[in-house]
Design a protein around this ligand. Structure first.
Ligand SMILES: Nc1ncnc2c1ncn2[C@@H]1O[C@H](COP(=O)(O)OP(=O)(O)OP(=O)(O)O)[C@@H](O)[C@H]1O
Length: 769
């Protein structure tokens, strides 16, 4: 492009040119797709006609078949590629670009206008790049600089020059609706426009308004582990999604979307973010949760408690102890079992297993033992004793397989003799042999699977051995059990260890593996069996990373040894006191053997200025969160005389939100029981009202009742905090939970209170008096 469009008419002409080119390309690709489709159909129909089948020349026949198959595959590849490109053009033709920078390279006086969009558009006839993909190196100028001296890095070089213009466009349905010339930040006007919008059902991409600090996250390539601490609503999740799209573009020849894994808090959140990559023209990555990995890996008949059940349990025991001056043993146990100190206890226990303590499961049929538990232990602690634990397991497996084979040979003969000795005629000799083999193979097959999967250890029983002797093991490990933040006290420690051990045994006996025990149990199993690894995974993204314990980090790190990590968290929102990495510094320590980068996002985009200012008073000592200057309704607090009046008021709130056409409203209760109650009471009047539970899989717009901890990571146009009283949010440990709840609101925040408002609101209430 020579000569730059400088006024609105020129811009209109440029857009028309781009649209015409895209239209032409779509038409050409359509023709290619259709042609190839008919050719493929023809080739498939006449595949054998084209092959020369020559009985005497088998090699020639083989070559001929291979050639035909190769031609077919090549046609199919071309067709798939053309179809993909065509769909991309169709998708982006409504708004082919959103930004432009004019760049003059130091070594060349010509002005290069760089239009930036979601995909590149090139005029192949002239070789001109009419639109650059937002992920190209030159496009980074748009996100990083104001007009003036600039530079960007290409794979080969650093290019320097000057930016003479920075412009943004609002294009909808192929029509140019607005043009803004912008300065340092990507137009505040544009961002205001974006942020004023209603919360949609799914998270949206932010490509056209990525901020400079977010761009450093998206394009960072220097670190193996990138840790992002970002205030609530600072765009951590959004930036992470764009980062994945960026990496898929940059490494398009070597990285596929399935090689990227997103660990998110739950299925609902996974659904919430599932649209972004397809919107950006990429396939979705693998999305999972830590719980689903644990459930896949721990083969057990017991129910594995998840973090939400644990939270409910801890909230209810804490509520029972309000005002009492005794330690909450449930909370002490949950915190301690997620700590590095408990890991030392497990390591000590594991060390002892080298000498004794392994519990094995016999091999055999229900009636007959083939290899007893004692024989297995004799091998493990006898001939294999010099090897490491995983090597011993491997050797034991081989030994078992050999023993089983020998048994099977003996058993087939025995069964055959038994059948042959029967007075009734059962079949020919061959038939009798085959019957005997079949009978034995049935058991052999089962036992071989058991051996190959190393399912011959009673792991849960061993874990309970550890629990029964917990005070001793703790002492041997040289650590103490203590309340979080309390001073070391060996007497109290022994009592705690004893109590914790007993309670754990009781829970296991009741058929439940508590959440705090699931990761340690898996750690025990994997340390002895050898660790599971997913070597093909290239990148792991952990969202809500403050909610993972050191144990979980250690497991994930080992699971993905060849992967880079993007770790996003907000330590202000660490609502699982019992299960968390204490700080960004501890994450850095965890990955001390890798190149770690830390980025802090302090600006918050989600909520209005008033909501963010309120949130800041809830957490005065938290990490900085600078609100984006967006006006809205002031947060409200309503004092109500009783539960009946609260429900009545809620009913009118819901009606108002509906009349105001808000797309999404959340009534946030502290716990699940309250959510169930509110939903049951209001459902008749508001049949559209839905309740979120940990089993909810789909995020759709509308009116919801949500327990506090499940609202994490999500956002709503309006949030009504159902039970904002001291009685509910009265404990210091609820402060971050309350902060998290308040920061879910984009435009409106309402507190309902029966009794005394929570003291977390005191600062705000005195400020607005
Ligand atoms: N650069 C941006 N342009 C437009 N919108 C943005 C930008 N950055 C963030 N947002 C919007 O701000 C909101 C919050 O973003 P996001 O959910 O990614 O933040 P977060 O840091 O993960 O939040 P939290 O930790 O509170 O869950 C979203 O609505 C997102 O679209």
């Amino acid at each position: 492009m020579h000569g730059k469009p400088s006024n609105i008419d020129d811009e209109q002409l440029y857009l028309t040119r781009v649209l015409q080119l895209m239209d032409r390309q779509i038409a050409e690709l359509e023709a290619t797709v259709d042609d190839r489709q008919s050719e493929i159909v023809e080739m498939k129909r006449h595949f054998w006609d084209e092959v020369t089948v020559d009985k005497d020349e088998m090699f020639e026949t083989y070559v001929s078949i291979m050639q035909q198959a190769k031609d077919l595959a090549s046609h199919e590849r071309v067709q798939a590629h053309a179809a993909k490109w065509m769909n991309k053009l169709r998708k982006h033709i409504d708004a082919p670009y959103f930004g432009r920078v004019d760049f003059v390279e130091t070594t060349d006086p010509e002005v290069l206008p760089v239009y930036i969009g979601l995909m590149s558009v090139t005029d192949e006839a002239s070789g001109e790049h009419l639109v650059y993909d937002w992920r190209t190196p030159i496009a980074s100028l748009f996100y990083d600089y104001a007009p003036g001296p600039v530079r960007y890095r290409t794979p080969a070089d650093m290019i320097e020059g000057e930016m003479t213009l920075k412009r943004q466009y609002l294009i909808r349905g192929g029509r140019l609706e607005a043009v803004f010339d912008t300065g340092i930040q990507i137009g505040d006007d544009m961002l205001q426009e974006m942020l004023k919008r209603s919360a949609d059902t799914k998270m949206k991409s932010i490509v056209s308004t990525i901020q400079r600090e977010q761009n450093t996250i998206i394009r960072d390539d220097a670190h193996d582990v990138l840790v992002v601490q970002g205030a609530a609503g600072s765009g951590k999740t959004s930036a992470a999604m764009q980062r994945i799209a960026y990496l898929l573009y940059k490494y398009r020849d070597s990285m596929r979307s399935e090689q990227i894994v997103l660990f998110s808090p739950n299925d609902l959140f996974n659904d919430y973010v599932s649209n972004i990559l397809p919107e950006l023209g990429e396939s979705n990555m693998t999305q999972t949760t830590y719980q689903s990995y644990i459930e896949h890996r721990l083969v057990t008949e017991r129910r594995i408690e998840d973090i939400y059940d644990q939270k409910e349990r801890l909230m209810s025991t804490a509520a029972q102890l309000v005002g009492e001056d005794i330690a909450d043993i449930e909370s002490v146990a949950a915190c301690w079992k997620a700590s590095a100190s408990y890991k030392l206890v497990l390591d000590t226990y594991m060390d002892s297993l080298k000498r004794e303590g392994m519990r094995f499961i016999r091999f055999g049929t229900p009636k007959r033992t083939i290899i007893s538990a004692e024989q297995l232990a004799d091998q493990f602690y006898g001939p294999f004793a010099d090897w490491s634990l995983p090597a011993r397991m491997d050797k034991l497996k081989d030994w078992v397989l050999t023993e089983l084979k020998a048994w099977a040979e003996r058993e087939v003969k025995r069964v055959y003799r038994k059948l042959a000795a029967q007075p009734n005629y059962l079949g020919t000799d061959d038939e009798l042999r085959s019957m005997s083999r079949k009978q034995v193979n049935k058991w052999l097959k089962l036992m071989r699977v058991q051996a190959k999967k190393l399912r011959f250890v009673e792991w849960e029983e061993m874990y309970l051995d550890l629990m029964r002797g917990l005070p001793t093991w703790t002492e041997q490990a040289g650590v103490t059990v203590q309340e979080p933040g309390a001073a070391t006290n060996p007497m109290a420690s022994e009592r705690y260890a004893n109590d914790i051990g007993k309670r754990t045994v009781e829970r296991f006996e009741a058929g439940v593996i508590p959440f705090e025990d699931a990761s340690p149990l898996l750690y025990l199993i994997e340390s002895v069996e050898g660790f599971d690894t997913f070597n093909h995974i290239r990148h792991v993204v952990m969202d809500e990373a403050q909610d993972y314990s050191p144990f979980q980090y250690a497991l994930l790190k080992r699971l993905f040894p060849r992967s880079r990590f993007t770790i996003l968290g907000d330590w202000n929102q660490a609502i699982y006191e019992a299960n968390r990495m204490s700080s960004v510094a501890s994450v850095e320590e965890m990955f001390a053997d890798k190149q770690v980068g830390v980025i802090r996002l302090t600006k918050s985009y989600r909520s209005t200025l008033d909501i963010m200012e309120l949130a800041r008073t809830v957490l005065p000592y938290g990490e900085e969160a600078e609100p984006f200057n967006r006006e809205g309704e002031k947060p409200e607090l309503h004092l109500l005389s009783d539960e009946a009046e609260r429900l009545q008021f809620l009913d009118s709130c819901l009606q108002r939100m509906k009349a105001d056409k808000l797309q999404s409203t959340a009534i946030i209760t502290k716990d699940e029981a309250a959510a169930e109650r509110v939903h049951a009471q209001l459902h008749a009047l508001h049949p559209q009202l839905k309740r979120v539970s940990k089993h909810t899989k789909q995020f759709v717009s509308g009116q919801w009742v949500v327990p506090s901890y499940l609202a994490k990571g999500l956002e709503f146009d309006a949030v009504i905090v159902y039970d904002a009283e001291e009685q509910t949010y009265g404990h210091e440990s609820d402060r971050k939970l309350f902060y998290t709840v308040c920061t879910r609101a984009l435009h409106r925040l309402t507190f309902l209170v029966v009794g005394q408002p929570t003291s977390f609101l005191n600062n705000w209430l005195s400020a607005i008096k």
